[in-house]
Design a protein around this ligand. Structure first.
Ligand SMILES: Cc1cc2nc3c(=O)[nH]c(=O)nc-3n(C[C@H](O)[C@H](O)[C@H](O)COP(=O)(O)OP(=O)(O)OC[C@H]3O[C@@H](n4cnc5c(N)ncnc54)[C@H](O)[C@@H]3O)c2cc1C
Ligand code: SF4
Length: 510
């Protein structure tokens, strides 16, 4: 029916509907749309603001960080033992993290689906068994190949190095239509070319009668007699967007889709987590690392011209490593370059000769949600020995590939490193013995903190997303994926959410 903002509302907001969906991101938007289109009355509650797609181009990256990203992009999972502290980024806006993705779309690899079926008892999630849901989502968000012609020079140089080292990059697939390769995807697409859920799904939900409310923070699922009967929380209509008036939505079914970072917190505050130890544990992150490379002055890279994420390689998948292209905005690269003062300036002045590539680990799940600091969870991450050993291997792979391609120096993300490393210095650099606290690591893919499974003793929801502990309570977001994927997750999350919504449609409301 409409988009509404609670920001300007005065007084308590009490209402009712068939299904309330908490979170409007990749998963919440899918569930809301599928259910609204089946004729149910649906309300979506989102903590963040709604930014009109046409307005993204007007926001500077620093403004996007403030209005679209959670905590200005400063959230961390604290490293335990010899694990790096990992900067974990998320969207907090109508459309969720989907609004700030690079647009990369991968189906869940068959080998991963097979482990879900055979090791987690999810027998209807085996290889090929999500094909119908994938095709449905891909059609709605327009997943297409990134043509090699749109690869940036940064990508092409890495591919040249890869070819000399005996492997090649493959073109990515992305949810875009009419992409102009401006490289701003992580700050919201100014061209409306990236079909994030605020453009692809939520308008359909609204057309089918759903209400999408921004500035609504849900704090608890209301449970009566073992059944979810709604949610309550606060409207963010106080001074400076602080929580003020009461929010209460009575609903016959509750779907939690807050993302893997916040869902365990909401479920715990609602009294769940007693039947198994799975809630808030074994969160996977796909810890990511990047490598910058400076080429000689006559090689003008201008890495911002072209698709921001155009290519990838799974050549090292057997080692738990996926190489993924990226070129973040120059203002951000400039701010993260090593050195101070004149040295920093010298490095930053050579931006036109800079190339960049990234890689992530198909990790085993060392994340734990401990409790809350205000409205946000405290999360720690202890890396498994296998994943820890893969970090120096990944850094060497990326650096050597750029050096093969003719880079004069490379800049691994190592804290305290004041200068780039030439080929000799790079080979001598002691990556293998470096303490993890010196490694810059980031993640955009928290997953698995309320995982689905076949047994209530080892999972939080079943394969249809139904909570084991409470009737009519569903979880449909990235927290249900039982393992990491080794590839970017949005398409997997959306396909699983589609399946869950289709199963919900088949089950009568109480
Ligand atoms: C910078 C960045 C780049 C990325 N690039 C890619 C990519 O190229 N390809 C890819 O596959 N994946 C990418 N991802 C990951 C992908 O966006 C996420 O995996 C996916 O969006 C997660 O979906 P979700 O529904 O679980 O959570 P989200 O999409 O994060 O949605 C959760 C929503 O719930 C809201 N919420 C949380 N708590 C509450 C509460 N208590 N009350 C009300 N609302 C609440 C949040 O504000 C948020 O809007 C990227 C992520 C980031 C951050
Ligand atoms: S690169 Fe393409 S999808 Fe990304 S912001 Fe620019 S036009 Fe949009």
């Amino acid at each position: 029916m409409s988009y509404e903002s609670a920001r300007d509302r005065r007084g308590p907001f009490v209402t009712s509907c068939d299904v309330v969906v908490v979170g409007s991101g990749a998963s919440g938007a899918v569930v809301a749309t599928e259910l609204a289109e089946s004729g149910l009355s649906v309300i979506v509650l989102e903590e963040g603001p709604r930014i009109d797609a046409a307005d993204h181009g007007r926001l500077r990256p620093s403004e996007s960080l403030r209005h679209v990203w959670r905590d200005g992009g400063m959230t961390v999972a604290v490293g335990r033992g010899d694990s790096p502290t990992i900067n974990v980024t998320m969207g907090r806006v109508v459309g969720g993290s989907s609004v700030i993705t690079g647009g990369v779309c991968f189906r869940t690899p068959d080998r991963v689906l097979d482990t879900w079926a055979h090791e987690h008892g999810l027998v209807d999630y085996g290889a090929g068994m999500l094909d119908e849901e994938f095709a449905h989502v891909e059609e709605r968000i327009h997943v297409e190949d990134v043509p090699r012609e749109s690869w940036s020079r940064s990508t092409k140089l890495f591919d040249e190095g890869a070819a000399r080292k005996g492997y090649r990059l493959q073109p990515m697939r992305r949810n875009t239509k009419g992409c102009r390769g401006c490289g701003r995807c992580n700050f919201g697409c100014p061209e409306q070319a990236k079909l994030s859920v605020d453009l692809s799904y939520l308008p359909r939900a609204v057309a089918a009668g759903a209400q999408v409310w921004s500035h609504c923070r849900v704090e608890r699922v209301r449970i009566r007699g073992g059944r979810a009967v709604g949610v309550e929380g606060r409207l963010l209509n106080g001074r400076g967007g602080r929580p003020k008036d009461r929010l209460c939505v009575h609903a016959r079914r509750v779907v939690v889709a807050c993302g893997a970072w916040h869902t365990p917190l909401l479920l715990r505050k609602s009294g769940l987590g007693k039947r198994s130890r799975a809630l808030g544990r074994k969160m996977t992150l796909h810890p990511g690392f990047r490598m910058l490379a400076r080429f000689p002055e006559d090689i003008v890279v201008d890495g911002w011209k072209g698709a921001m994420q155009g290519a990838y390689s799974t050549a090292f998948e057997h080692e738990g490593i996926t190489l993924t292209d990226l070129f973040i905005p120059v203002s951000v690269i400039g701010a993260t370059m090593p050195g101070f003062g004149a040295r920093h300036l010298r490095n930053a002045r050579r931006m036109r000769n800079m190339a960049m590539f990234g890689g992530m680990l198909h990790d085993e799940g060392g994340g734990t949600v401990h409790g809350a600091l205000g409205a946000d969870p405290i999360v720690s991450y202890r890396m498994s020995p296998r994943d820890r050993a893969a970090i120096p291997r990944l850094l060497r792979l990326m650096g050597e590939t750029f050096l093969e391609a003719g880079a004069e120096v490379v800049f691994p993300g190592v804290l305290g490193l004041e200068e780039g490393l030439d080929a000799d210095a790079f080979r001598r650099f002691p990556f293998e013995s470096l303490p993890a606290r010196r490694l810059e690591a980031s993640s955009q893919h928290p997953l698995g903190s309320a995982r689905m499974g076949a047994e209530p003793s080892s999972s939080v929801v079943d394969g249809a997303g139904r909570a084991w502990e409470v009737d009519e309570l569903y979880v449909a977001d990235g927290s249900v994926l039982p393992t990491s994927l080794g590839v970017n997750p949005q398409l997997s999350i959306m396909a699983v959410a589609t399946r869950m919504a289709w199963r919900m449609r088949e089950r009568r409301l109480p």
